[in-house]
Design a protein around this ligand. Structure first.
Ligand SMILES: *Cc1c(COP(=O)(O)O)cnc(C)c1O
Length: 390
């Protein structure tokens, strides 16, 4: 058996075979369909007796390359690429569940995931319960006979709270739940949920996978038996990733380890700076000494990731002043970009939640999220420092 390659090598060398042009860098296969060698070849492809491309809604060399690479990096058997991170989440939930099923979900989820659970799936009789991430002992009692799936996100957005992936894996196994993790914040370079028992791992490729703020995309990887169902659902409902975006994401993955290390270097420096600042009530970063789950972070993550959050002492007004004072960094709602982005979650990404729901996940009016980019950390700190001088 060939020796297993290291992460960095797989991120670069997992590549579609060269065409007759002997190109070194994989081209973009912008084609909607593929031709058949004969009537028999066409029949065999449609009957799934033979593997091969038919139509780019089903498969394409660029999306296949991106999926294979993600599978290697996450340690997964198979995967599906989608047009966005939300499509990945929707395909997973709608593709695996049916009327009458119930989802147990951690309360700290991405804003649109809340909307899918609370506004969209209930139309088809699929219900959910939120589990309190600060109170893991309470989860088991919330599992019902019709609970089919456990859905969580760690580290959470924007609060950077963690869930013990191994513990959740045992819970899912004991109750025969499909265990799904949104691994967008950590990326497979820093955390591989499948090693802790996850059945499926999802990503918004829009974030650190692209890493340069250029394209929207998503991916689900995990156990073949579930992916097979999702492949069917996606093939016929049509949320395919474009070959061009797949090409971008696959190229971006080549530099994922290098970029993530620099995101983490910068984030550590910024978390330390904020932790000592007089206008800052608290800073939260998984590998910062003051994070209450620091030990768990070091158990399941290789490093702390590229997002830091902190609370400004005082009111919404102070948080607004900070955001308005920013000169170099970007005011935006995205994350995982080369450019550092500052966000006020309570009034933007999480504004659709009620005050009570926000309170339950620690999104106070003074909370700021910094999606730390790859600029020189001294320049990032200089801008944060001047924006905090009030
Ligand atoms: C951005 C994000 C999503 C949604 O992804 P899109 O690509 O924007 O559809 C889902 N989960 C998390 C944690 C995210 O940050």
């Amino acid at each position: 058996m060939p020796k297993k390659k290291k992460f960095e090598t797989d991120a670069i060398r997992t590549q579609t075979a060269a065409s007759e042009q002997r190109e070194h860098s994989v081209p973009v296969y912008m084609t909607s369909s593929f031709t058949f060698e004969s009537a028999e070849h066409a029949r065999a492809l449609f009957a799934n007796e033979q593997e091969g491309n038919v139509y780019s809604r089903y498969s394409n060399p660029n999306t296949d390359e991106f999926i294979s690479k993600m599978c290697k990096l996450e340690g997964a058997e198979a995967g599906v690429a989608t047009a966005s991170g939300m499509a990945a989440i929707f395909v997973t939930l709608a593709g695996l569940l049916k009327q009458g099923d119930h989802i147990l979900a951690s309360r700290s989820l991405f804003g649109s995931s809340h909307q899918i659970l609370s506004q969209i799936l209930p139309r088809w009789g699929i219900s959910f319960t939120y589990a309190d991430i600060h109170n893991p002992e309470s989860w088991e009692a919330q599992i019902r006979p019709n609970t089919k799936l456990l859905f969580l996100e760690t580290p959470s957005n924007p609060g950077l709270d963690l869930i013990d992936l191994q513990w959740a894996g045992k819970l899912a196994k004991a109750h025969n739940l499909i265990y799904v993790v949104d691994n967008c914040f950590a990326t497979p370079y820093l955390q591989r949920p499948i090693e802790f028992g996850a059945d499926l791992v999802q990503h918004s490729a829009t974030k650190f996978i692209d890493g340069q703020g250029r394209a929207i995309g998503g991916v689900i990887v995990g156990r073949e038996k579930f992916i097979e169902e999702l492949r069917f659902f996606a093939r016929h409902s049509g949320p395919a990733m474009s070959p061009f975006n797949a090409w971008l994401f696959s190229k971006s993955l080549e530099t994922l380890p290098v970029r993530m290390d620099r995101h983490c270097d910068n984030a550590e420096i910024i978390a330390d700076f904020l932790g000592n600042h007089k206008q800052v009530h608290f800073v939260k970063y998984p590998f910062h000494k003051d994070h209450p789950q620091n030990k768990l972070a070091r158990k399941q993550m290789m490093r702390g990731g590229g997002v830091v959050c902190f609370e400004i002492k005082g009111s919404f007004e102070k948080a607004k002043t900070f955001i308005d004072n920013i000169e170099l960094l970007s005011r935006s709602a995205n994350l995982g970009d080369t450019r550092t982005i500052v966000t006020h979650p309570a009034s933007t990404t999480h504004s659709k939640l009620s005050d009570k729901e926000r309170e339950a996940v620690g999104i106070t009016l003074g909370l700021i999220r910094i999606a730390v980019g790859l600029e020189n950390s001294e320049d990032i700190i200089r801008d944060i420092e001047q924006a905090l001088s009030f």
